[in-house]
Write a protein that binds this ligand. Structure first.
Ligand SMILES: Nc1ncnc2c1ncn2[C@@H]1O[C@H](COP(=O)(O)OP(=O)(O)O)[C@@H](O)[C@H]1O
Ligand SMILES: O=P(O)(O)OC[C@H](O)CO
Length: 489
């Protein structure tokens, strides 16, 4: 049996999956790795631990499947997380600064004060926020002694996690547009690094990877038995959009993982958002780039993790559903999961997590329910902004990610949206998308038509809430969000 191996390097774990020609999963291996929180608001990963766990799970999944022939490897990754390493030794200069890390909020404030927000939005499709790699790289070059000079001499390499893994596997220093576009350094209209953006962030061009197509051979590795081409690269959210076969304009998916990432395919040309969403390339296949509007929500499943690890009121994330079902509805209790500020469409780093509407009758069932519901409210905010920006009325939302297994949450999402929510048969869409991109490059699959045929619905959640109840619930949520904002000075 020939397979494609997908490496899915996520925020909390490294995963490796094998797919056959029908897009079915033939093996999974997964390993969690250490989260470092050195100061409030800082989140770091050790790049060497990321690499070690990724290699380990890749070897494990292959061994368990009896070492099948692998036609190609596809890489997909947590995006924006920033690594800087020495080209000669391969040693990282510091821990990776993770996408959730807020340490560069001050740099973003300064850039905004210089009136550069529109300039960045026009060229990159992004909002000036600490989320993106550019200010993280600037911070590293400012903070590590001699780093900027060494970078300018070509001694250092910058990369997001795709780049780091591709370099470790093949020695190529490359990235693709779906990742490059999350740096604040990439001009999405011209598909290239932009000198003026680099100037504004004081980044020497010598440190940057080469931007290649999302589907195409970038090199080969001998580390996994035989010589296997690395043939696909995409950020995890764009890969999931591909894996969900949202290949035509108007199709959207939401991934409910650590955060929530909602992407709406808007076709061949970037759509500028007037509602603080991101414009982002989905993938580049040959000379065609497809674009999306994206709403990035920073806390979703991670709030459920907090119920488990922070409050200890559940033992596993899945238990949240039964606990939330102990109450018939929210009974006036709302949660705003602004633990690291709020992402789209608010972009408010000063908001903080809150509960509202607590009474003497409130118990942990209400808390669980409010946390789950907050995930769905955030998604609705993003979808309404997307509809306003694109003129597209969403008919159906395809869902995936850990928290999409939660039926209560998915039904509530459909109810709040007034549109169907569809969970596919294969929910490993991120890895599948990366596998497809790699497989297309080596002729394992012929064209994207085959991919659309492989997608099959699993469970469909139809809306059943009446409009008055929906509007009352949303009204409560809006009031809660307003009160959570501006908490930090
Ligand atoms: N049944 C569930 N209900 C709600 N949340 C869940 C459930 N199962 C998992 N989660 C949440 O989903 C997240 C993990 O999803 P995953 O897609 O693996 O995330 P990531 O790729 O961001 O690491 C965790 O934050 C976890 O709390
Ligand atoms: O690793 P995930 O699934 O939490 O995804 C992280 C996103 O790519 C961040 O933009």
């Amino acid at each position: 049996m020939d397979c494609i191996l997908a490496l899915d390097q996520g925020t909390t774990s490294s995963r490796a999956l094998l797919f056959d020609g029908g897009g079915a999963v033939r093996g999974v291996a997964q390993k969690e790795f250490t989260q470092h929180f050195p100061r409030p608001g800082w989140v770091e990963h050790d790049p060497l631990e990321i690499w070690a766990t990724q290699l380990e799970v890749a070897r494990e999944v292959l061994a368990r499947a009896g070492n099948p022939r692998v036609a190609a490897i596809g890489i997909t990754n947590q995006r924006e997380t920033t690594v800087l390493w020495d080209r000669a030794t391969g040693e990282p200069l510091a821990n990776a600064i993770v996408w959730q890390d807020r340490r560069t909020t001050g740099i973003c404030d300064e850039l905004r004060a210089q009136g550069l927000a529109n300039f960045f939005q026009e060229r990159t499709g992004l909002v000036l926020d600490a989320y993106f790699s550019g200010t993280k790289l600037q911070w590293l070059l400012d903070t590590l002694p001699g780093a900027r000079e060494r970078a300018a001499r070509g001694e250092l390499a910058f990369g997001t996690i795709d780049t780091w893994l591709a370099w470790k596997l093949t020695g190529a220093h490359v990235t693709d547009p779906s990742n490059a576009s999350r740096t604040l350094l990439f001009n999405i209209h011209e598909g290239r690094w932009d000198e003026e953006l680099l100037g504004a962030l004081r980044i020497p061009a010598e440190v940057l990877p080469r931007v290649v197509d999302s589907s195409g051979v970038v090199g080969a590795t001998d580390l996994l038995g035989g010589r296997i081409p690395v043939a696909g690269i995409a950020g995890d959210q764009q890969a999931a959009t591909f894996g969900q076969a949202c290949l035509a304009p108007g199709m959207a998916k939401n991934t409910y993982g650590t955060g929530c990432f909602l992407l709406l395919n808007t076709g061949d040309r970037p759509t500028t958002s007037r509602n603080r969403l991101l414009t982002t390339p989905l993938w580049k296949l040959g000379d065609r780039t497809s674009y999306a509007l994206e709403g990035s929500v920073f806390m979703a499943g991670a709030a459920v993790q907090w119920l488990r690890d922070g409050l200890g009121i559940i033992r596993t994330s899945a238990e949240v559903e039964a606990l939330a079902r102990t109450v018939p509805g929210n009974e006036g209790v709302y949660h705003v999961p602004a633990f690291v500020g709020l992402g789209a469409p608010f972009w408010d780093p000063s908001a903080r997590g809150t509960f509202f509407g607590l009474t003497r009758g409130t118990h942990k069932g209400h808390i669980a329910r409010a946390v789950l519901e907050s995930i769905a409210y955030q998604a609705v905010e993003v979808i309404r902004a997307m509809e306003a920006d694109s003129g597209i009325q969403l008919q159906e939302l395809r869902v995936d990610g850990g928290a999409s297994r939660n039926d209560l949450l998915m039904q509530f999402q459909a109810d709040l949206l007034g549109a169907a929510v569809v969970r596919p048969e294969i929910t490993e869409t991120t890895a599948l998308g990366a596998a497809y991109l790699a497989g297309l490059a080596v002729g394992f699959w012929e064209d994207s038509g085959q991919i659309a045929l492989n997608w099959r619905p699993g469970t469909r959640f139809e809306p059943s809430m009446d409009a008055r109840e929906r509007s009352a619930l949303l009204d409560g949520w809006h009031r809660a969000v307003e009160r959570s904002r501006g908490w930090l000075d």
